[in-house]
Design a protein around this ligand. Structure first.
Ligand SMILES: Nc1ncnc2c1ncn2[C@@H]1O[C@@H]2COP(=O)(O)O[C@H]2[C@H]1O
Length: 135
């Protein structure tokens, strides 16, 4: 079933010049880029996006990081896109993510882990409404 998912190419990836490499992986897989926008977000959007994490001890550093430079928000579409993109991104901690995944190949951190993707259909709906209202 065709689905849409929200992906963030985070500020560490933008800083490292990895936007093209990361986008190419999603395109090669056959996913469609439905929308794409480079922006620097404010703390309010960070708090809304990461609502489930705002009380966690790592959140202040995460907010600083995610608001600290431009990121690329995109909507990807394709068959089972939510699970497919999560598998392509790999485990949260880049040090533990499997080789062959984006984080496994390109990240060495648990926090600066290059990409974010919606982790369920409910999360995708919420995040798509938040980042691309009206799409
Ligand atoms: N234990 C942790 N320490 C620091 N950052 C974390 C930790 N767990 C999760 N994160 C960050 O919080 C983010 C939540 O979802 P993401 O997929 O965007 O990627 C995660 C990491 O960037």
């Amino acid at each position: 079933m065709s689905e849409r998912t929200l992906v963030l190419i985070k500020p560490d990836a933008v800083r490292r010049g990895l936007i093209g490499q990361i986008l190419a992986r999603y395109e090669r897989k056959g996913l469609s880029i439905v929308a794409m926008d480079q922006r620097t977000i404010d703390p309010t959007l960070s708090d809304a996006h990461y609502a489930e994490h705002v009380e966690k001890p790592f959140y202040p550093a995460l907010r600083e990081f995610v608001t600290g430079g431009p990121l690329v928000a995109l909507v990807l579409e394709g068959d089972q896109a939510i699970d497919v993109v999560r598998a392509m991104n790999g485990a949260t901690d880049g040090r533990k993510a499997a080789p062959g995944t984006i984080r496994g190949d390109l990240a060495l951190s648990n926090s600066e882990n290059l990409v974010h993707a919606s982790d369920s259909a409910d999360a995708a709906k919420r995040e798509l409404d938040l980042w691309f209202p009206g799409l």
